[in-house]
Design a protein around this ligand. Structure first.
Ligand SMILES: Cc1ncc(COP(=O)(O)O)c(C=O)c1O
Length: 342
């Protein structure tokens, strides 16, 4: 979300983008001083010129993408390659960038073949990116991945200008950072290349909350149901991936238990069961926390329920309204125009 990016722009060296729009937004928020790094399985010829104007470097997602676009970007962007290290830690294949037949990155064996068969082509690449984890709190995974990359590409790495270690790690107080420093030491022995880290959810996840109000309370059999003025369509991961976002002040066990349900006609529009120290009433506020990153960014208008307004926490407390969505925006999102009599 833009207010979060604006805060991060003061703290980070740059932003990573996965689409032309993200790259343009990163440039808009970060200005010319912040580096914009691009990688995506989709690169369309009609987007390439505009991308060259806003990004600083690109990690091609495949060798064929490199082959088709190197002529457009050579001398304008730093060109690198996303590699698939073939090391997996994620049991849920939907999140696994190294799943069998993954679309994400060139296999290390194919990079080795390029280095042997076409060394002049390989010299056009000045960096590599790998990203193979998701919500991991174990930096041993990163070290294991680095070992696989160093052992496959070792001699080549010393010629590179940068190595992007991707994201996929969460940071909390318990996290042991030793394997992270060991990873950096491992690369330092192999290469003077600049090292980047581009965590997403670890940084942005805790930055947002979805604030809803209870609009009705229903007793159904033995169940208490609290209807909210938001919907899982505002946090699509709840429905798509059965996530259970933490709610401020909730009691994991016991308390007054409610099924928190969304505002739409979809029967499965449910946030799940939550416990509270006091009974809820119509008007009670519910704060779904840690919904930055991949949650609200996917919010949509299913059933015509308006998107939540965006507020930024004000420095001295309170909140500043940043964006409220209008009926006109809903109609235009549906491909329509507003008629004068509406
Ligand atoms: C190439 C790349 N880098 C970084 C990230 C950020 O990952 P996360 O939000 O899990 O830290 C992603 C997420 O998909 C990614 O594809």
């Amino acid at each position: 979300m833009v207010p979060v990016l604006e805060v991060l722009a003061d703290l980070a060296d740059g932003f990573s983008a996965s689409s032309l729009f993200e790259a343009k937004l990163a440039r808009q928020v970060g200005g010319s001083e912040k580096e914009v790094q691009f990688t995506s399985p989709t690169l369309r010829p009609q987007d390439a010129e505009e991308l060259a104007g806003v990004a600083h470097r690109i990690a091609f997602n495949s060798l064929s993408q490199f082959d088709r676009f190197k002529g457009v970007f050579a001398g304008r962007l730093g060109m690198g390659l996303r590699v698939d290290p073939g090391v997996s830690f994620i049991p849920d294949e939907r999140y696994n960038p190294c799943r069998a037949g993954s679309k994400l990155g060139a296999a290390l064996a194919d990079v080795q073949t390029l280095l042997k068969a076409q060394p002049r082509e390989a010299r056009k690449l000045e960096g590599i990116l790998f990203h193979n984890n998701c919500e991991s709190e174990d930096f041993q995974h990163l070290r294991q991945t680095a070992q696989a990359v160093v052992s496959a590409l070792g001699p080549w790495l010393k010629d590179l200008a940068w190595i992007n270690l991707g994201g996929g790690y969460l940071f909390d107080e318990e996290t042991d950072f030793t394997p992270l420093t060991e990873t950096i030491a491992l690369f330092r022995q192999a290469t003077p290349a600049r090292l980047f880290f581009e965590p997403g959810k670890g940084i942005v996840g805790p930055s947002m909350a979805l604030v809803a109000s209870v609009v009705d309370l229903i007793e159904k059999g033995s169940r208490q149901v609290a209807v909210l003025d938001t919907s899982v369509n505002h946090l699509p991961e709840v429905f798509e991936y059965q996530t259970h976002p933490p709610v401020r002040g909730e009691l994991p066990e016991g308390g007054h238990r409610y099924q928190l349900v969304g505002a739409t006609c979809l029967a499965g529009d449910l946030f799940g069961e939550y416990g509270f120290p006091e009974p809820l009433t119509v008007g009670s506020r519910i704060f779904f926390e840690e919904v930055g990153a991949y949650s609200f960014v996917k919010a949509h208008y299913f059933n015509g329920v308006n998107l939540p307004a965006v507020y930024a926490a004000a420095p001295g407390g309170g909140a500043q309204l940043k964006k409220q969505y209008s009926y006109e925006e809903f109609v235009s999102r549906c491909g329509g125009l507003i008629h004068a009599n509406c």
